[in-house]
Design a protein around this ligand. Sequence first.
Ligand code: COA
Length: 155
Amino acid sequence: MRIRPYASSDLSTVVALFTASVHTLGAKHYGPEQLDAWAPRPPDLEAWRQRLEPLRILMAEDALGPCGFIAWRDDGLIDLLYTAPRCARRGVASRLVQAAEDDLSASGVTELSTEASLGAWPFFETQGFTVVEPQTVTRRGATFTRFLMKKENAA
Ligand SMILES: CC(C)(COP(=O)(O)OP(=O)(O)OC[C@H]1O[C@@H](n2cnc3c(N)ncnc32)[C@H](O)[C@@H]1OP(=O)(O)O)[C@@H](O)C(=O)NCCC(=O)NCCS
């Protein structure tokens, strides 16, 4: 498993990985209308380009290709974390969170946060995050429960 910085040429790869991850791994926790609202098909690549622009992004890949990506803000918010279905439960997200945490620590950021999906909050607990509060958000007409979670970084 290799972790490397995102390049602008990775845009369609990242968006395809996101879409597959949501519609496969997210299907245990959300219904079809929610999944379509979360990850519309086809995706809007220009909207994604703008969404990713201000974020720090790392990609994980193995011999077969992309396995996951993480995107975070300079203030410590982990904004996006998605593992490819074929790579699930192999430690990919753990490696990506650790890499983001190391980068933020080096910048002196002492608190990490995320807004975790129903499927992701148990993962974030394994990484030392704790739930601050449940949140209800509406995206493209669908309502989602998620959890604001935080972690004190050992910077
Ligand atoms: C949540 C997600 C990122 C986890 O990715 P992953 O690469 O499979 O995670 P890891 O292999 O690093 O998991 C490490 C540990 O976290 C826990 N964990 C991971 N996924 C879990 C799940 N779905 N349910 C319960 N615990 C989970 C387990 O303890 C796991 O260790 P184990 O496999 O030895 O039991 C992935 O399932 C995903 O992309 N989900 C869909 C999209 C999503 O919800 N993203 C987050 C948006 S906030």
